[in-house]
Design a protein. Structure first.
Length: 113
């Protein structure tokens, strides 16, 4: 069983930045694709970004140019750097691995003045 533990969420003002981390209990290289999803109140969970084992990345249109996903295979950790945050980015952010096979418990991100 793989455990994914997110950290780095919190309250930030509009225009600010946060970096989320997702630490895996097993090699993320062996897990394969790693991604970040988010779910806002009353909305469905949506893909924010993912990175393949080979390092290819994909982003939701709403975060392109503002968010960056990266993976450190040596540390078994995936990151999500979030810049120029907007109130509409407020959500619980989840780390996922293996095309949805594994999920973290989520970390709250609130963007508000």
């Amino acid at each position: 069983q793989v455990q994914l533990v997110e950290s780095g969420g919190g309250l930030v003002q509009p225009g600010g930045s946060l970096r989320l981390s997702c630490a895996a209990s097993r090699s993320i290289f062996s897990i394969g694709d790693m991604g970040w999803y988010r779910q806002a109140p009353g909305k469905e969970r949506e893909l924010v970004a993912y990175a393949t084992r080979a390092g290819l990345t994909k982003y939701a249109d709403s975060v392109k140019g503002r968010f960056t996903i990266s993976r450190d295979n040596a540390k078994n950790t995936v990151y999500l750097q979030m810049n120029s945050l907007k109130p509409e980015d407020t959500a619980v952010y989840y780390c996922s691995g293996g095309l949805g096979s594994y999920w973290g418990q989520g970390t709250q991100v609130t963007v508000s003045s």
